[in-house]
Each structure stands twice: as structure tokens, then as C-alpha cells.
Write a protein that binds this ligand. Sequence first.
Ligand code: 4AD
Ligand code: MG
Length: 464
Amino acid sequence: MEIKRTKIVDIFNPELVGEHVCVKGWVRTRRGNKHVQFVALNDGSTIKNLQIVFDLQKFTEEQLRPINTGSSLHVEGTLVASQGKGQTVEIQAETVEIYGTADPETYPLQKKGHTLEFLREKAHLRMRTNTFGAVFRIRHHLAFAIHKFFNDRGFFYLHTPLITASDCEGAGDMFQVTTLNLGDLPKNEDGTTDYSQDFFGKSTSLTVSGQLEGELGATALGAIYTFGPTFRAENSNTPRHLAEFWMIEPEVAFNDITDNMDLAEDFIKYCVKYALDHCRDDIDFLCQMYDNSLIERLESVLREPFVRLTYTEGIEILSQAKKKFEFPVSWGVDLQSEHERYLVEEHFRRPVILTDYPREIKAFYMKQNDDGRTVRAMDVLFPQIGEIIGGSEREENYDKLIAEIERRKIPMKDMWWYLETRRFGTVPHAGFGLGFERLILFVTGMANIRDVIPFPRTPNNAEF
Ligand code: 4AD
Ligand code: MG
């Protein structure tokens, strides 16, 4: 009778030594001689491989021949303390069943040491490598940490729609959703498309943010968060942008900008600490392989408070910097990643929260300051990443919000439901959005956002 399978993550347990065990997984390497063969087996539950020892007095060469890199096995045998370096236990195999072979001539991961670029072309298999196994285990633990953080603090997880008729950020980078026949569009008399014949009877798109609906939740349930995919058709081929990315958006009634900053700082620190506490083997591996300052960087974020200063103060520092920037700095410009990274990596050497940005470069919903030219925005800027969080206190005054919507010529008919939060029992409130993949970039030390989401969506890339 087949005995119950033990996951490899659970097998490095001295109490199991001497037991008859069953493991299943994929072969990473095989080596050996005429007397004994060693197979490194991985089942994805941990970065660690388990060594399987095949004594050739018990197995024929014939039997072991199909066991190549990439093949899949079911092995039973005795768990013993290991003599070899690099592992504490190994299995002396007694039986082996080969589930599937992997032809060494055609298996793409036959060799070690492929570049990350090569592996992006093999996104359907790259999770079987040490690097991507580590990254996606960390991604899971961070997602779990995020739910735990908010749940423990009494926030409710709100599911906001992915298909929407409103444009939250007003940036115009939306993917349209339609069932109309693009080859034969119904027209109005003035030549524009007749969306009344479309599925929803109006023009719709994929959401760029769940915030507006999140505000409806916060002004009813008190404190909510969203955690879902968002879509932006911005054609920016950078190592920090995706067309489909995941965002976490907490929104809290009665919070002001300072509460919002405190929440953002606690939240990020919690996530980083959670990863250090729960993903240590994977982080150690990435630290050794790619970036030996990774752990120090993660720990340093936990040690010190984030610097808080206004955009205006930030611009002053940047204009006095000796560094030559590609994009010149003056009051009113939107900060580029080179500016953000200068403040964080060179000037302060700590994460920075910049507040009170010019009204003209931020979204319509942000609370206006009394100076008439800035809004109560906040961006959290991180080493290696630049902007990791964007948020604000919201304009809760109905008249001011209407005036801003009119000034920006945002179609009011699409916004009536949002405006009712300000007509009926309006309250001060604030929230922010954390880019999930940017957090994972920071925690893993990976350099390209395409390497921290299983199947990246970027311009000209939707293969897998
Ligand atoms: O600063 P953003 O555009 O803010 C909002 O969408 C607000 N509605 C959030 C809120 O207040 N509830 O985006 C928030 C974060 C950014 O700081 C960044 O980390 C991430 O989302 N982000 C992206 N991540 C990957 N690819 C992209 N194209 C991204 N655009 C934004
Ligand atoms: Mg932003």
C-alpha cells in the first residue's frame, strides 16, 4: 500500500530519521557512479532539495535511465542522517515510480544558470527554478500578511468591480471593455460610437483603481481595504510598470493625512518584517544569488522612522543637489524616478513620505489645502523602487469637489454616485494604494517587475 506523502519542507525533521517515507517531486539534478546515484528532488514546498540515494545493488541502470533533470518521481525509502555536505537528511530509496520523463534534448531548463531574460520567455516553466520558486513563495506570504494586517486591525476586505464606467485617476490610460463588433461599430448620427448597443448600454473599461468604490465602503463600514488586479494601458516599458498589476487600497473614515501616513508606514514595515520572519530561506537565497545588501536593506527599513517632508521642501533639496538630473527640477513638475531615488538613496538614505503636492499634478479627489495650489497628497518613496505608495486625504467638501470636477471637465454624469458620499453624511477620510509588485520587488531585491508576477502583462506581451 502506498504510504502518505511527506512534503519536502516537512522532511528536514530529526524525528523522522529512521522512518519509511514517501516523497514526490521534480528532479533538479542527477549525478553519481556505477555503484550509487544521487538525485536532488524538489517539490516546490521549499527552496531546499532533498537528496535521494539510489544504490545500484537495488536498482538497475535501465530503471534509473529516464530519471533526468525535469522528470517527475514518486520515491519511497528510509530517511537517514546524511553523510554528505549540504544536507542533514537524505532518503535511501527502496522503490521509485517515474510519473513523467523530460527529454534532455528539449527540456528548456536542462542547464543551470539561465538569464532572467531567457526565463521570461519560458514563463510557463520558470516557476520550477530556485529563483522563481523563491519569488512566488514570498509573493504568497506577502499576500497573506496583507490580509492578516488589515483583518487584525478591524478593516473589512471589500471587492470593488474590475469593469467600470468611471476613470478614477483621470489619466486616460484605460483598456476598453466591449462586446461590440470592432469591425462594424454602430454609429450615432454625429459619427461617434453608439454605446447604447454595447453590453452594459454604455462605454466601460477595466478599472485603474478601486478607490472610488472603496470610499463608498469606508463611509459605510468605517475602514476597508481592496486587494485586486488593476489595469493601465500606459505604454511605459520600464522595469517598474505593468499593464496588469495588483493594488492594495485601504480607505478609512475619520482619518486625516497624518493618520494615513502612520498607517502606510506601519503597513509596509509589517509586511517587510513578516517576510523576514516567514520567508527566511528564500530571502537568504536571493540575497546570496543577486544582491548581498538585500537583508541589510530590509532590516534598515524596519529600524528607522520614514522621513516626512513636503513636496516644496523636496524640490528645494533637489534644486540644491550637485547631481545633474536628466529631467530638470522646478516647483510644479511631477517628480521622476531619478528625483525620488536621489532623495531616498543619496540625501536621506531612508524611505521618504512626500506630502502636499501641487494640485495640478494630482487627481481631482484630493483634499485642497488653504494655499489654493497644493493638495493633501502623500507618496511613499523607497530605495531601489521610487514610488511604492500613492495616496491622500480626500476632499470631503461637496462644493469644492464639484468645482474641481467642473474645472477639470470630468463628465459629471459619471460621478453622481461618488458625489453622494459628500451630499449625505460626508466625513473626513483618507486612503492610499500600494503597488503589490513594487512591494515584492523591494522584498525580493529583484530588479524587474516582470520577474515578480507569474505572467506579466506589458506592451506586446500577453503570451502565457
Ligand atoms: O499612485 P497611484 O496611481 O494611486 C492610485 O491609483 C490611487 N487611487 C490610490 C489610492 O489612493 N487609493 O497608484 C498607486 C500605486 C503606486 O504608488 C505604485 O506602487 C502602483 O500603484 N502602480 C503601479 N505598479 C505597477 N505598474 C503600474 N503601471 C503601476 N501604476 C501604479
Ligand atoms: Mg502615484
